[in-house]
Design a binder for this molecule. Structure first.
Ligand code: ATP
Ligand code: MG
Length: 422
């Protein structure tokens, strides 16, 4: 991709109303555009990151045996009346049609997935199974804030599992928990697995996945050494206590909730009368679990964890581009031709290797191009200039490293491929 063709540009000034690093950097870098409180457009750079994050999540859900579906955002009121949540859930957006019919905009999808699963499930032989989707959610949050961390319209992966008995549900829940930790790790985040209350979904205990950063909204008690944590809202332990799981001590820290899993028990199957036939031919109630990851919030959490005073420092797996290639102007006609030829050769080579490169082809000085490369935050910046050619090739500067080095043009593509895999 050539920068001059890229829709959405960096801006010199931070948005005046940005209340957090992700709100500032994602907008200033041309990743998202603020529409109104809690609502964003995702531009090509931002969508590239969001898609990578969602693909990682998708792969982990598929590996768990989840089957992807896609449910509507417009829900009939009757479903929400059935569970009693029409009047109970304060963040539910409610719409009236021109014929006075009422609808809900999905804030989660238990009300749609439960009757769906019920329609296709008769006997224990069809159980267990898990359905998931990656979709837009709507929540009438009182205070939308912190950029993409708390939106009124946002992206979520939500999965629902269906079981014959508690042991089966707990076995799947434990596997899902590990898949979550893996998905966040692949996105660059080490999370704490935090005991929390079930909120609007269930009275049972649930687990939150908390990415520790200063700008987190939640206060948690987290073990210094292992992944154990408790949300302060439900804590039975206190700061300074020994971790029940190991030898670390508990400290109070701020976290961003990037995911949440719940044992729903029979809450929703009771509401819809969702039974299955057991081995003796008797009717039994289905047990359900639900598992959410806020994928757009996850993008914001990654930015909160990976930034410096110059911009974003994307982890390789979710970067919008792997390589930011910066050719610099030369007054010498011959050298200019050499630089242009080298840029084209690198672009072709990287394209064949499926390595994504953004070429800053603008007629701008080094200072401005470097500032934009740092702001956008691709993991590797390559500079082609008279100076780099004289030094034997390209200047190789990793976004996360302080120093640049020289790298030969010969074998460059293979070297980049090796580095990306490392
Ligand atoms: P919170 O406590 O932050 O309000 P929640 O517990 O209500 O979130 P869940 O219903 O568990 O959220 O939703 C699953 C995931 O969706 C959350 O773990 C979070 O990552 C994400 N999420 C929830 N609300 C928002 C929001 N308003 N904007 C962006 N992401 C959200
Ligand atoms: Mg939650």
């Amino acid at each position: 991709m050539r920068y001059s063709h890229l829709f959405g540009k960096t801006s010199k000034n931070a948005p005046s109303d940005a209340d957090s690093p992700n709100a500032r950097l994602l907008e200033q870098g041309g990743f998202v555009e603020h529409v109104m409180a809690g609502v964003y457009s995702w531009l090509p750079l931002g969508l590239s990151v969001l898609r990578k994050v969602e693909q990682i999540v998708r792969e982990e859900m598929d590996a768990l045996g989840g089957q992807e579906i896609f449910m509507p955002s417009l829900h009939p009121k009757e479903y929400w009346d059935t569970t009693g949540r029409w009047d109970k859930v304060d963040i539910l957006f409610k719409l009236k049609s021109q014929t006075d019919k009422m609808y809900a905009l999905g804030c989660s999808h238990e009300e749609v997935v439960t009757p769906l699963a019920q329609k296709f499930t008769r006997s224990y032989k069809e159980l267990p199974f898990a359905l998931y989707q990656i979709n837009t959610k709507f929540r009438d949050e009182l205070r939308a804030k912190s950029g993409v961390l708390r939106g009124r319209e946002f992206r979520m992966k939500d999965m629902y599992s269906f079981h014959t008995d508690q042991a089966d549900l707990e076995a799947f829940y434990a596997k899902a928990l590990e898949a979550y930790v893996r998905a966040f790790k692949r996105c660059g985040l080490d999370v704490k697995v935090v005991q929390a209350s079930g909120g609007i979904f269930t009275d049972k205990i649930s687990h939150e996945f908390q990415a520790l950063t200063e700008s987190g909204e939640d206060t948690i008690l987290a073990c210094e050494t292992c992944r154990f944590g408790q949300n302060l809202e439900v804590a039975t332990l206190k700061e300074g206590d020994a971790c029940p799981n190991g030898d670390g001590k508990l400290v109070k820290v701020k976290g961003i909730e990037v995911g949440n899993i719940f044992d729903l028990g029979t809450k929703y199957s009771d509401a819809f009368g969702f039974d299955f036939m057991n081995e003796e031919g008797k009717h039994e109630r289905i047990l359900m679990g639900c598992y959410g990851i806020g994928t757009s919030r996850l993008v914001g959490a990654i930015v909160e964890a990976y930034n410096d005073d110059k911009g974003i420092v994307w982890p390789k797996a979710v970067a919008p581009f792997h390589v930011h290639l910066v050719p610099l102007k030369s007054k010498d006609e011959e050298k200019r031709k050499l630089i242009d030829a080298a840029v084209s050769a690198i672009e072709t080579d990287l394209a064949e290797r499926h390595i994504e490169v953004l070429v800053d082809d603008r007629d701008k000085g080094a200072g401005e191009k470097f500032a934009d490369a740092d702001l956008i935050g691709a993991p590797l910046r390559l500079v082609l200039s008279e100076k780099s050619l004289a030094a034997g090739g390209v200047e190789w500067k990793e976004r996360a490293a302080a120093e640049a080095k020289s790298a030969p043009l010969e074998g460059l593509g293979a070297e980049i491929a090796r580095w990306l895999k490392a």
